[in-house]
Structures are given as structure tokens and as C-alpha cells.
Write a protein that binds this ligand. Structure first.
Ligand SMILES: CCCCCCCCCCCCCC(=O)SCCNC(=O)CCNC(=O)[C@H](O)C(C)(C)COP(=O)(O)OP(=O)(O)OC[C@H]1O[C@@H](n2cnc3c(N)ncnc32)[C@H](O)[C@@H]1OP(=O)(O)O
Ligand SMILES: CCCCCCCC/C=C\CCCCCCCC(=O)OC[C@@H](O)COP(=O)(O)O
Length: 296
């Protein structure tokens, strides 16, 4: 009986490996589970160290280091263009399209020094992950309480100037796996106008070549990140925000449409560490391609 049990236990990993290689949905599930486990595990292990420093944007460096290896596990090659546009000396607001949690991989590739994202308040309650986010200075807003969210944004505008802070916002306000961008929320643009700082639009190319929750598909592939020219907000007032929002969205939508077609053409076959034929990372360690490299 014991021998039978032992054989069963030995066969289990083999069966799982076989299933992983032969079944794309199983591979998808395992890869998504690993992604989440990695976040929870690194947050749990590293937050106590970050806690010594207290709540600080400097902890973003730990968070970034914890998430950087993910692209290697998944064989995702990052190509960054226009990274020099992030080398602005003072504070600024980044606006970026938001497709999925996978965006974290693109974020850590290019996020500049002293930059914190604005996130939904619900993340705070994710145990050690929420703790890690809080320790890293992530700004939380309650999307269901507009007035409170606006107050947080106004407060952030003054902090940005005082502490030379950059803020990363997903102006779609929610994840959007669709082929075009959702209408933009106006908070990021009010923030930039109130602080009188530039807006740097960033577009991450669609993931559909290698990642599709709907089709349960998660393979290796290439992700392109394009940093668009910054938009000056000096002299603008709140009444200019709707037009500002629309013009930035328009520029990003055009870039996204262009990237959707070009990315389809030059997808290459990366070998993921978590996949068949695993053999190491052949992607750039800090973004490469069009203009090679990231900003920090
Ligand atoms: C190094 C490692 C990095 C990576 C690790 C990171 C890990 C974590 C990453 C986590 C990533 C997590 C990612 C995530 O969690 S994504 C989810 C969280 N992010 C957002 O929700 C985006 C920001 N949200 C907004 O901007 C919304 O506008 C808010 C929430 C503020 C209101 O929502 P609402 O639906 O109501 O929006 P509306 O835009 O239609 O506005 C309605 C009205 O309010 C006016 N209004 C708006 N704002 C302001 C303002 N500030 N001052 C004055 N007025 C303001 C506006 O003009 C309009 O009025 P009018 O113009 O029609 O008269
Ligand atoms: C300080 C020490 C750091 C230790 C290492 C930490 C490791 C990672 C910790 C935190 C990473 C943050 C994980 C959050 C991922 C969630 C991103 C996301 O995609 O949220 C969804 C949100 O946008 C929109 O939500 P809805 O689409 O409206 O539902």
C-alpha cells in the first residue's frame, strides 16, 4: 500500500509536467498562479526589510527589484522606445494604458526614480502585498468616493512639488484587455495642471500575441513600450483639463493602434524559464530595441 502511494506521489509531478507541456490552458493557469505567488512571496519576505525604512518612495527600488525577474521566467522580451523622454529633472505625471496585472512587468522596466503609482484602495487589503504597496509610498484612492479621491489627488499635487515626486496613473481607471483604450478619467490631468508639471504618456503594446485570459493562453513573446513626447501644462487651468485629456488620449490611441499592427509583424520566439525548451533570458536586462535601454 505504502509503495503504491509512493509511486503515485512520484508520478504526480511527472503528470503535471506532461500536462504543462501539452495543455496550454493548464500552462496558463500555472503561470498566472506563479505570478501571484511570486508577488505574495516576495512581498512577505522583503516587506520586513523595507519596514526598517518606514513608508518611503525609496522602497520602490526593493519592489522593482522583486518584480524585475518575472519577465525572465516568462520569456517576455521588453523593447523600450523613447526612454530618454523620462529623463526629466523635476516632478511629472505618467499616464499609461492598463491591460492586465502583467503591466507590472512593463512598469518595473521603465519606472523612473522617485515615482509612485496611484492604485485602487482595495490593494491595501491584500495582506503583505498591501503592506508592501503602502511601504513603497503607493497612493491609494477610493474610486467609489469621488470627493475623497479628488482630495487625495489635490494633496498629491502639493507633495509632488515639495518632494520631487513622479506619479504613475492608469487613466483608464481599470484594467482593459480590449483593443482600444477606454475613455480617460480626469484625475491624472487635474493632478498635472494643479502641480503645473509635464505629462509623460506611455503606451504598452497589446499582449494578445502571448497572453489572453479569455483563451487561457500565456506563451513567450515581445512587449513594446513606447514613451511619447511630454506634454507641458504650464499656464493651463482646470477648465483646460477636458481638452488636455482628450489630446493626450488621442496621441496614445494612435500609438497603440500603430503598435498593434507592428508588434504582430515582429513577434519573435523567446524561450521562457517557465516553459518548454527553457534556456535562459535572451531579452535585454533593462529594455532594448528601438532606442535600447530604460531611463534609470
Ligand atoms: C517599481 C515598481 C512599480 C510597479 C509596482 C507597482 C505596484 C502597484 C501597481 C498598482 C497598479 C494599480 C492600478 C489601479 O489600481 S487602476 C485604478 C486606480 N486608478 C484610477 O482610478 C485612475 C485615477 N482616477 C481618476 O482620475 C478619477 O478621475 C477619479 C477617481 C478621481 C474620479 O472618478 P470618476 O469616475 O468620478 O472620474 P471622472 O474622471 O469622470 O471625473 C468626474 C468629475 O470629477 C472631476 N475631477 C476628477 N479628478 C479631479 C481632481 N483631481 N480635481 C478636480 N476635479 C476632478 C472631473 O473633471 C469630472 O468633472 P467634469 O470635468 O465632468 O466637470
Ligand atoms: C516594500 C517591499 C517590497 C517587496 C516586494 C513586493 C513585491 C510586490 C508587491 C506588490 C506588487 C503590487 C501588486 C499589485 C498588482 C495589481 C495590479 C492590478 O492590475 O490591479 C488592478 C487595478 O489596477 C484595476 O483593478 P480593476 O481592473 O478595476 O479590478
Amino acid at each position: 500500500m505504502d509503495v503504491l502511494l509512493l509511486h503515485g506521489l512520484l508520478l504526480l509531478p511527472l503528470a503535471a509536467l506532461l500536462l504543462y507541456r501539452c495543455s496550454p490552458p493548464f500552462q496558463y493557469l500555472l503561470k498566472v498562479a506563479f505570478f501571484n505567488c511570486w508577488i505574495v512571496a516576495t512581498a512577505t519576505l522583503l516587506s520586513p526589510f523595507a519596514a526598517f525604512r518606514g513608508r518611503s518612495v525609496e522602497n520602490m527600488k526593493i519592489l522593482r527589484a522583486a518584480l524585475l525577474p518575472l519577465k525572465r521566467f516568462y520569456g517576455i522580451r521588453m523593447r523600450v522606445s523613447g526612454s530618454e523622454r523620462l529623463r526629466l529633472p523635476g516632478p511629472f505625471v505618467i499616464v499609461c494604458n492598463h491591460q492586465a496585472s502583467l503591466d507590472l512587468m512593463g512598469m518595473v522596466e521603465i519606472i523612473p526614480e522617485r515615482c509612485v503609482p496611484i492604485a485602487k484602495r482595495e490593494l491595501l487589503y491584500l495582506g503583505t502585498v498591501g503592506w508592501a504597496c503602502w511601504l513603497s509610498g503607493i497612493i491609494f484612492i477610493d474610486r467609489h468616493r469621488r470627493d475623497a479621491a479628488i482630495e487625495v489627488i489635490s494633496h498629491t499635487a502639493s507633495t509632488m512639488q515639495r518632494e520631487n515626486l513622479r506619479v504613475w496613473v492608469f487613466p483608464e481607471g481599470t484594467r482593459n484587455p480590449g483593443r482600444s483604450m477606454l475613455p480617460f478619467k480626469r484625475g491624472a490631468f487635474h493632478l498635472a495642471v494643479q502641480a503645473q508639471v509635464p505629462i509623460v504618456p506611455i503606451v504598452i503594446s497589446p499582449y494578445w500575441n502571448f497572453f489572453s485570459p479569455k483563451e487561457k493562453r500565456f506563451t513567450s513573446g515581445t512587449c513594446t513600450i513606447r514613451i511619447l513626447p511630454s506634454v507641458d501644462t504650464r499656464g493651463l487651468s482646470p477648465k483646460d483639463v477636458p481638452e488636455l485629456t482628450e489630446s493626450v488620449r488621442q496621441a496614445m490611441a494612435e500609438a497603440l493602434a500603430e503598435m498593434s499592427t507592428s508588434d504582430h509583424r515582429d513577434q519573435d520566439k523567446e524561450q521562457p524559464l517557465l516553459g518548454p525548451g527553457a534556456g535562459g533570458d535572451r531579452g535585454s536586462p533593462r529594455g532594448q530595441g528601438d532606442t535600447a535601454g530604460s531611463s534609470n
